[in-house]
Design a protein around this ligand. Sequence first.
Ligand code: HEM
Length: 191
Amino acid sequence: MSDAHQRLRADTRQWHRGVESLPLFKKLLCAHITVEDLRNTLTVLYQFYAQIEPSLQAHFPEQSALPYQAKTAALAADLAILGASLPPLATSLAISDRAMAWGARYVLEGAVLGGNLIARQLEKNLSLTAGTLSFYRENPAIEPGWTATMAHLASELQTPEQLSHASTTACDLFALLYNLASNYPDHSAAQ
Ligand code: HEM
């Protein structure tokens, strides 16, 4: 693992633990999860991704070496399948430079690394047919894709300043999701 990847992993470790242990995310692996629980989690994830992805995607467009595959549409499709309407969105977040874009990409792509495990549990516990959902679905390409993304990240985050900026961005985004998830549903009602 590159130094850059190691640094991001170490700096965000506590945040990952914090997010994973919030009820909204803990329930994903729980035998007693309900459709309502899943709707709530995907609603918060939709709010999070939709706020960041338009600006993030501009840094990694289709014709670039490693295009960013946005997930907002998959989350919207899942919410429709589960009978939920799309939540209101806060103002989009501005990703102003390349180091910030890598910090954001680390968090948004990393969030589906546990997706294979989560997809299997959801299918079992909610009796969903495999492949019903799009955001959490079994995908053998996740790991090779992640390895390629992390190699690219390391090649672009060269200076201590770039690394530190990427790391701060990653922690800020974990904090943003943590707040959205711990305040839900009050947060969306207040918007
Ligand atoms: C129940 C919820 C979650 C579970 C069970 C989970 C599980 C996992 C697992 C098993 C890995 C390691 C995969 C591997 O090394 O092959 C991982 C990595 C990661 N997860 Fe999560 N995750 C959850 C939620 C999230 C969320 C909501 C985010 C983002 C906001 C996130 C961000 C990340 C990141 C960035 C990594 C990469 C760590 C590294 O650098 O290796 N995870 N997660």
